[in-house]
Design a protein around this ligand. Sequence first.
Ligand code: F6P
Length: 363
Amino acid sequence: MPKTIAILTGGGDCPGLNAVIRGVVRAAARRGWRVIGILDGFDGLVDGPRFRELDRSSVRGILQRGGTILGTSNRGNPFSYPVERDGEAVQEDVSSRVLQNFREIGADALIAVGGDGTLKIARQLHDLGLPVVGVPKTIDNDLRGTDVTFGYNTAVGIVTEALDRLHSTAESHHRVMVVEVMGRDAGWIALESGIAGSADVILVPEIPYHIDKVCKAIHKRGAEGHLFSIVVVAEGARPADGGKVVQKTADENLGVERLGGIGHTVAREIEACLGLDMELRVVVLGHVQRGGTPSPFDRILSSRFGVKAVQLIEEGGFGKMVALHARQIVFLEISEAVGQLNLLDPQGELVATAEELGIMVGR
Ligand code: F6P
């Protein structure tokens, strides 16, 4: 009997998801397997089931398209699912519904494409008997077990281009541009795009910043005749004497903390210590970093992940995921990648390189 495999994309969308779906469908088609796309992440297995058939023609032309043709959700954790009971919003474990719906669609295996949250759910479902394999994605690059996640390279490219564009306007107006970028609790996007985009200051969550040192660096640049500065701030950055800036707490936002606003805080702090000497502007790049066409690197990595996920199912490697190690695609236990984040090492080579280049990192 030919196999039927299901695939879902969970968590925040990211460039390269469609390339994974395409890779899976093409590799499955070569084996004569059927592929079902679950809609809107795990939500499609909680309510419904909601799904669509995927064949070679349904993935035509999607390699270069951002987002996910299957839809996604970063709120639908079946082990803590938002439901209404007696007019009150509560969280319930609805994982048995997922298992039942999965049986109902008649799939032999599930490919879960997602970041830490999605892969954690995948592992828990595997422990309950669901045959699942994982594919790591996130623009934040904060997942352990893989050298890099797909989507990250594209995000760094987008931010770098934005920094290039902001340079010319900052220089023309003699302004300090504070640029807030994504990344949650990891500073990868800020640090690598900041280095690539020649930022003067980069503030990351892993290195709590001292605003007086930031101001000193900007002031010094002014004294040397550089009357503008580019300050990249990761959304999870925080001062040495304070906490991160949260737009919505995990409770308000159905289990996911929403970061954002630190760019404006840093700008106010710089304004306070530099006085009216320099004009400041804040640019929040937001979801632009996640949208649009994937870079060639991400298209290739996503395609390799998709194809290898099918091979992993063929080998019966359930509970495992694909990952990139030293340029090779490898298989590892999902449990090795989730739970603890891949963060910048404040004493590591990348941060040291930034400092050697004269970039102030807030310490
Ligand atoms: O995890 C990816 C990410 O883009 C983070 O960098 C950011 O904090 C978050 O998702 C934003 O989530 P949402 O799409 O819910 O606003």
